[in-house]
Design a protein around this ligand. Structure first.
Ligand code: SF4
Length: 284
């Protein structure tokens, strides 16, 4: 299955988002999807362009609203595999309310955040993921706000799948996206995806020096929610791998429909012209 299309990404050379694009394409193929079974819904930001770079259904939405659109797509046609994607500003600033509620709703979609700890598209301002003291045009004296820890928030909100990876580790990232797609519920995958143009602090080398791969920690148990939260707090969220998974909780659409009805997108309208006209008239 080829999830590549002919659109040439206009990301800067070296941007971490290239690897995320490749990982989504590989993971989709590895789990046996066809392009017509996949929808990629994105928000606004450099990373938001990704929906146009994958051979699948795609929608480049509005700022911070990838998740409401993606949830609508899934509820209308749960036969589709739905991936939502965007940047840390998109998902953890303007879109944070949607992120928290999608997490606790546990709709069966995969949310991939390209976390470069800055706003890249608007040429380098401090984001909720920027470190304290981080200097940009919007914080010339250094950021005085605390850095948001979205994965701690996710676990506190009842997340059933929380993972983190690094765009340089294509093998791990692809595997985590495959696991996220196969998870029956909401999966959040945060990806350290360096912005080589505007973030000169959180570089590839900086991540390589600071990341701890959970695979190297003997005895780590990704089914233990308290252990996951503790490890995030202990490490300043600098861990990669599958951090937490709960396979017991049912997905939202499973509870709503009980899988007894056809997805809305497959149901016949079965309306006469008169009934259709009456329905439309209600919205005039
Ligand atoms: Fe990537 Fe940064 Fe360039 Fe945007 S500005 S494409 S995030 S390197």
């Amino acid at each position: 299955k080829d999830f590549r299309n002919k659109v040439k990404p206009n990301w800067c050379p070296g941007c971490g988002d290239f690897s995320v694009q490749a990982a989504i394409q590989r993971a989709a193929a590895n789990v046996g999807l066809e392009p017509e079974n996949l929808a990629v819904i994105s928000g606004i930001g450099c990373s938001g362009r990704i929906s146009g770079y994958i051979n699948a259904y795609g929608l480049h939405g509005i700022h911070g609203r990838a998740l409401p659109i993606a949830q609508g797509v899934k509820l209308a046609n749960r036969d589709l595999t739905v991936i939502a994607s965007g940047g840390d500003g998109d998902g953890f600033a303007i879109g944070m309310g949607h992120t928290v509620h999608a997490i606790r709703r546990n709709i069966n979609i995969t949310y991939i955040v390209m976390d470069n700890q800055i706003y890249g598209l608007t040429k380098g301002q401090t984001s909720p993921r920027s470190g304290e003291g981080f200097k940009t045009k919007s914080t010339p004296e250094g950021s005085i706000e605390s850095t948001l820890s979205p994965l701690e928030v996710a676990i506190a909100a009842g997340a059933t799948f929380v993972a983190q990876s690094f765009s340089s580790d294509l093998k791990q990232l692809t595997s985590l996206i495959e696991q996220g797609i196969q998870h029956e519920g909401f999966s959040l995958i945060n990806v350290f995806s360096p912005c080589v143009t505007f973030n000169k602090v959180n570089t590839y080398d900086w991540f390589k020096e600071n990341i701890i791969n959970l695979d190297t920690l003997e005895g780590y148990d990704s089914t233990n929610r308290l252990a996951a939260m503790t490890k995030l707090m202990e490490t300043g969220s600098m861990i990669t791998g599958l951090i937490y998974q709960n396979k017991e909780k049912k997905s939202y659409e499973n509870l709503v429909y009980g899988f007894s009805q056809e997805p809305l997108a497959h149901q016949s309208l079965a309306l006469s012209q008169a009934e259709f006209d009456n329905l439309v008239a209600e919205f005039r």
